[in-house]
Design a protein around this ligand. Sequence first.
Ligand code: GLN
Length: 281
Amino acid sequence: MQNCISHIKTTLGTHYSASEINSFIRIIFESVCGYTLTDLILHKNTILSDSTRKQIDKIVERIDQNEPIQYILGKCRFCGITFSVTPDVLIPRPETEEMVELIATRHFGTNPRILDIGTGSGCIAVSLAKKIQKSDVDAWDISENALQIARKNAQENNVTVTFEQIDIIQESPQINRQYDIIVSNPPYVCLNEKADMEKNVLDYEPHLALFVPNEDPLLFYRLILQAGRRLLTDNGYIYFEINRKFGNETAALLQTNGYEKIEIIQDISGNDRIITARLKR
Ligand code: GLN
């Protein structure tokens, strides 16, 4: 096994940091051999079978080509829950976990109707359904392929979420239901930010879920908060994950559209990342 680990370190060492490589090693051995961190130390002199070694080499080769490990394994962890992922959905991010934790803390013990717009893998909808036990969660996405993954994730995590294919740009959904909370992590990366992005994101993750035109970066926020005027109950809440560059603009948009108690919240790296507001009626 030590052989295998040094092979991983030399192969990936040219373009990944030591801490990234250590986390790859941990994830690879956990998924291929079922090893915990302690097992990794206990088994350090274990001889790996040929088939295990081949399996690991294949994974390492793909990581070396910048393919995200979450797509290679088809799984990732989010809010302590395992989610299936494919290139049809964005890989859930730690910033989004922070938004889910915030909503779960603020609304814990209540029974809100929640709508997640642009659900992707379903990570927000499924985690909220799990964390706020009496909630009633609906989730929309434009992509039927994404919805298939999201449905699978709800099922595998034993929660009920009602999924629907809706394109928020084309349709002003004629929904009679109202929600206490609307949450969304819509596409928010401007096309001109491409140059600053990592290859593993740019070459593998769905552009449909990432990008907005340079000239209208708040496109989805505007549509959602306008729809929110009909879809939210009196004093219902909006939670958005945002591009750190547009905190103030998004806040202004909320204010001009009749929302109050607007708060911009920073993520763990100190960037403006979440915005929340309440509909004023
Ligand atoms: N946070 C993601 C990124 O860093 C983008 C998510 C989004 O566009 N909603 O690529």
